[in-house]
Design a protein around this ligand. Structure first.
Ligand code: OGA
Ligand code: MN
Length: 210
């Protein structure tokens, strides 16, 4: 694992260059295992609830759009491992503000479990009526993930357009334990592809102040 300062430097420069940054060993295997264990325990205790998208009538259709179950971190009641992760993300937030002046003020985050076969269809992480989310992050908690098990995050990339419309490209990111992906929320459409095993992660958003 990189020391925190090098790690943050590589995230800031990735964001500046590409609008996203990928870091394979952002958290240690031990922290990842402890977070995965806690998420699994919360699931067994029925604390994870089906995620929803949109409002009102569309809420019922959420399971067709996304099949994960989530549980938000409560900053006033965090476990030791949640607090360790949270502090790391706050340090990252401050570092990004210093280097990229994004004005990130708040952070919200949840555990997510995608049961086998579930997905999150192509979307952007901004609500139509709320453009405060600036930066999205996902940290994966799956030890020994094999690529044939699926479950990639498919990030649709911008392709430079010199006259002719360029073919759309994407990058598949597999949910290996310890991997962090950070990307500009407004810029990148993305989706979660179905997997053949439970897929554990922590997803979060850094926002500007309202
Ligand atoms: C999300 C999301 C991606 C992932 O929660 O909005 O896109 O890889 N998650 O879990
Ligand atoms: Mn998303």
């Amino acid at each position: 694992m990189l020391p925190a300062s090098d790690c943050f430097k590589s995230i800031a420069s990735g964001l500046q260059r590409d609008g996203y940054a990928l870091l394979p060993n952002f958290i240690t295997p031990l922290l990842s295992a402890e977070l995965a264990r806690e998420c699994n325990a919360q699931n067994l205790a029925s604390l994870l609830t089906p995620a929803f998208v949109g409002h009102g009538a569309q809420r019922q259709r959420a399971d067709l759009i996304r099949g994960d179950r989530t549980h938000w971190f409560d900053p006033l009641a965090m476990s030791v491992v949640q607090a360790e992760f949270w502090d790391r993300m706050q340090a990252l937030r401050r570092d990004i503000n210093q280097h990229l002046l994004l004005g990130l003020e708040t952070f919200e985050t949840h555990y997510a479990l995608y049961p086998p076969g579930s997905r999150y269809r192509r979307h952007r992480d901004r609500f139509r009526d709320d453009d405060l989310r600036v930066l999205s992050m996902v940290c994966y908690l799956n030890e020994g993930w094999l690529e044939h098990e699926g479950g990639a995050l498919r990030l649709y990339l911008h392709t430079p357009q010199n006259g002719a419309p360029a073919a759309e490209t994407f990058r598949d990111i597999f949910p290996h334990s310890g991997t962090l992906i950070v990307f500009l929320s407004a810029e990148f459409e993305h989706e979660v592809l179905p997997a053949t095993r439970d897929r554990f992660s922590i997803a979060g958003w850094f926002s500007r102040r309202a």
